[in-house]
Design a protein around this ligand. Structure first.
Ligand SMILES: Cc1cc2nc3c(=O)[nH]c(=O)nc-3n(C[C@H](O)[C@H](O)[C@H](O)COP(=O)(O)OP(=O)(O)OC[C@H]3O[C@@H](n4cnc5c(N)ncnc54)[C@H](O)[C@@H]3O)c2cc1C
Length: 189
């Protein structure tokens, strides 16, 4: 007959062995910041790539609550549409996969973090039916115009003529020909 003490001892050993095995198979990742390359590295020197973080974060729930103030809601809407339309109209003509993913994620994150919660809920539903189109500047800007018109329709506002996008959103902020794309930003100038 095994005594109660022995049984407890064996049970504890088995538990410790199991925990040790799990820890051994999935050691905690220690990250180090490489200031020269602006990159996180694992302690084994491999660049740290946050797998699936974008997909996970971008598809989450709406974060903000209801925005009761109609004046604030309208002002926020106008400012946000201005930002989004200007963004898609300055998006690259031939974006890389990384640039496309950045825009997709931005739109999806906007649908989570938009400060008017009830608008964000509606926007998420809209995005499920009409996912962001990011293959080119033209595609992205026309997609956004179409989506904005769907919101207009729901709110019983006039439809916008999407052939007039370029005239309406000519911000006078074309690329500076003397600068290579993004170079001045990297230099911090
Ligand atoms: C993602 C999102 C979701 C929203 N959801 C809601 C909601 O659920 N309920 C709510 O009350 N408000 C919502 N709003 C706010 C709403 O869309 C308006 O911004 C707000 O009511 C102010 O309307 P507005 O008449 O000034 O014109 P806005 O719709 O804000 O448009 C601003 C200007 O953009 C131009 N424009 C209009 N349509 C288009 C288009 N299709 N493409 C390009 N340019 C265009 C016009 O020049 C217009 O004057 C939302 C805003 C956003 C950004």
């Amino acid at each position: 007959m095994i005594s109660r003490f022995t049984r407890t001892f064996i049970f504890s050993c088995v538990c410790l062995l199991l925990i040790g095995t799990v820890f051994f198979l999935n050691p905690p990742i220690h990250l180090q910041w490489d200031a020269d390359n602006n990159e996180w590295f694992n302690t084994d020197g491999v660049p740290h790539v946050p797998v699936d973080v974008d997909r996970h974060i971008a598809s989450g729930h709406v974060i903000m609550g209801k925005l009761g103030n109609e004046t604030a809601k309208a002002a926020l809407g106008r400012a946000t549409w201005k930002l989004l339309h200007t963004m898609t109209l300055r998006f690259p003509e031939h974006p890389t996969e990384d640039e496309r993913e950045a825009l997709r994620s931005y739109i999806h994150l906007t649908s989570r973090l938009y400060p008017c919660g009830e608008c964000a809920e509606e926007f998420q539903t809209l995005l499920k039916a009409h996912p962001p189109q990011t293959s080119s500047r033209k595609t992205a800007s026309q997609w956004l115009c179409y989506v904005h018109n769907l919101v207009n329709k729901r709110l019983r506002k006039d439809q916008f003529d999407c052939t007039k996008l370029d005239d309406t959103y000519d911000c006078g902020c074309g690329d500076d020909p003397s600068e290579k794309k993004g170079e001045h930003l990297i230099k911090g100038g």
